[in-house]
Design a protein around this ligand. Structure first.
Ligand SMILES: Nc1ncnc2c1ncn2[C@@H]1O[C@H](COP(=O)(O)OP(=O)(O)OP(=O)(O)O)[C@@H](O)[C@H]1O
Ligand SMILES: [Mg+2]
Length: 232
């Protein structure tokens, strides 16, 4: 089986004046179809840098990145944008919605961009809302939704396009524990069912318990969380 994500000795250094900030120092990771991975780490450890590289929002200074077996090194920006739109779903801490569109329409947007017919896109959006327990809110506009509801709409929007890779930066931070657990369960089931993989940045131990593998990143180095000494 080909890994969905395969990165090897990825490095990213930022230059700020005379200073070189080594945000990632040789990060390697392989994620097989259907797997979910959680990453934790202190502020400034490189979590967002890694997510940006995985999401094709940034380029590494060294190392390789294969997505579904395809080496991404030689691609130009347009090719990367196409891959990003077709194969990657993002959920950020706060995911902006188009304010004049309903929840259902917001979720349908990425599909319509991709050339799906509007009525089919809306049908898929409604189905995804139903799966996340939000069918009642299909016609609500963003300002008529709570923070937690909005966040779940954002998750629905990330899943609806059947991405191969779902990148999430603290997606459950604004949810109560029960809704967070429910939402994570849906995302994990979605991954199992479609072969998509999830890379989740989270400080929440419950999120970590809900994923297949756990990692910690510290000062730009990634290692399995089980190898990190923790207090009993
Ligand atoms: N565009 C940039 N220019 C310069 N330095 C950067 C840039 N982006 C990140 N850095 C530096 O790289 C390091 C890693 O940053 P990153 O944003 O990946 O941390 P993080 O783990 O996401 O932290 P947080 O939990 O606070 O979001 C930090 O030292 C940061 O200052
Ligand atoms: Mg960050």
């Amino acid at each position: 089986m080909t890994p969905v994500v395969e990165i090897e000795t990825l490095e990213r250094t930022f230059h700020v004046g005379p200073l070189a900030v080594h945000a990632l120092r040789g990060v390697s990771l392989r994620i097989m179809p259907g797997e979910t991975v959680a990453i934790d780490g202190p502020s400034g450890s490189g979590k967002s840098t890694l997510l940006n590289l995985l999401g094709l929002l940034d380029r590494p200074d060294a190392g390789t990145y294969r997505l579904d077996g395809r080496d991404l090194a030689g691609l130009d920006d347009d090719e990367r944008t196409v891959i990003r739109n077709r194969t990657i779903g993002f959920v950020f801490q706060s995911s902006p919605m188009l304010p004049r569109l309903t929840a259902e329409e917001n979720i349908a947007v990425p599909l319509v961009y991709r050339g799906e017919r509007p009525y089919r896109a809306r049908r898929a959006a409604r189905r995804m809302l139903g799966r996340l327990g939000l069918e009642t809110f299909a016609r609500h506009r963003p300002h008529q939704l709570s923070g937690g509801q909005l966040q779940r709409v954002a998750i629905a929007r990330a899943l609806v396009g059947q991405p191969r890779l779902i990148l999430a930066d603290e997606p459950t931070a604004s949810l109560d524990p029960r809704t967070a657990a429910e939402t994570m369960r849906h995302v994990r089931e979605h991954c199992r069912a479609t072969g998509a993989v999830l890379v989740l940045i989270s400080h929440d131990l419950a999120d970590h318990a809900a994923t297949d593998r756990r990692y910690v990143i510290d000062a730009g180095r990634l290692q399995p969380a089980d190898h990190v000494a923790t207090a009993p």
